[in-house]
Design a protein around this ligand. Sequence first.
Ligand code: SF4
Length: 423
Amino acid sequence: MSGDERIVAAVDADGLLGPRFAALPPLSLYVHVPWCIRKCPYCDFNSHEHRGALPEDAYVDALIADLEHALPGIWGRKVGTVCIGGGTPSLLSVASIEQLLSAVRARVPLLPDAEITLEANPGTFERSKFAGFFAAGVNRLSLGVQSFDDRFLRALGRVHDTDEARRAAESALMIFGNVNLDLMFALPGQTVDDARRDVAIALSLAPPHLSFYHLTLEPNTLFHRYPPSLPDDEEAADIEDAVLDMLAQGSYQHYETSAHAKAGYRCRHNVNYWRFGDYLGIGAGAHSKLSFADRVVRQLRWKQPSQYLEQVARGAPLQEETNVARRDLPFEFMLNALRLADGVPASLFAERTGLPISDATRAIAEAARKGLLEPNPTILKPTPLGRRFLNDLQALFLAEAPRDPAHAMPLPADVVRRPAARP
Ligand code: SF4
């Protein structure tokens, strides 16, 4: 390549110089399993109701082929966390999870202490299966409970009931220890006392990690078409305050918008997303964000499971691959980092975007002036007001890089949950 060509290659579509990385961000692996027993009416994830036998063997083979196809893009990089999400990955057999994790270990250098999470649905719970997943190398289980009240489980169209949720949580805690329970609030007809009862049961089980998501009506869901009667904004805010209060008293650190953990149990996989780390996503509809010395790339795999299987067989798992424009990187970074209650060191901006902090200083100053960001130049940390009005805070960085927010880099399905769409 001549010197001139090199200059052309370094400039993006806006005529701006691209990023430059001295070292690449930490890397995570996400594996998407796109099937569920039944589609929940609030869920906008890439999850498909499955009828009949799952094409399980073909899918695991496709995941392995997909990973192999992706290897040149992550060559030599260590993987610190793996998350098998969905959909409902606990529908897969123990043998399939074993085969998948062995294939991952044989192809990428997993750190010895890698966090390996599997998402599970209490409705697919079997104690022996949980023990099998643990023996296969899964060391963290994330259980989509959503509520411990049968009235709300029915309203949410969940396939499990309260007893199953409790038994699944107790077994998970006994077998894995490192367990997350997903719960939702502001459910149809829910009162503050109802929510308090849910939290009290969750606290009595003492999982080291709890995620609480506000139920919202997302486009392309049944609830969006036929909206249930939900608590209004004021009632929802009262419920949220009550929930947060109880969790804080239960010594959970509220470290991210929806995540609460006992000391030492933050979800390392999600923290890597929020610190704008890299992730390779394999499986139907999975997203990736990968950094190279002079660019950041995002990828989307084919969404429909049958199409994904066909395309992988042709050696073409990617539906889309694009370079992230320089003007988009500050917003993409802030969209993630500002979700963290402790914020991030200001130096992380340059490390993870490959850009100088001057690309964001105007918006940082504006956010501090509005009282949304701490006025400390060494840290990027939302104030309590900034946490409450997080969308407004993040939007200031959009103003820095004007463009359509709909084109913001999508976070993987296991991070953006509006509402929580966990198995
Ligand atoms: S919420 Fe979870 S279990 Fe329900 S359809 Fe979505 S991914 Fe499946």
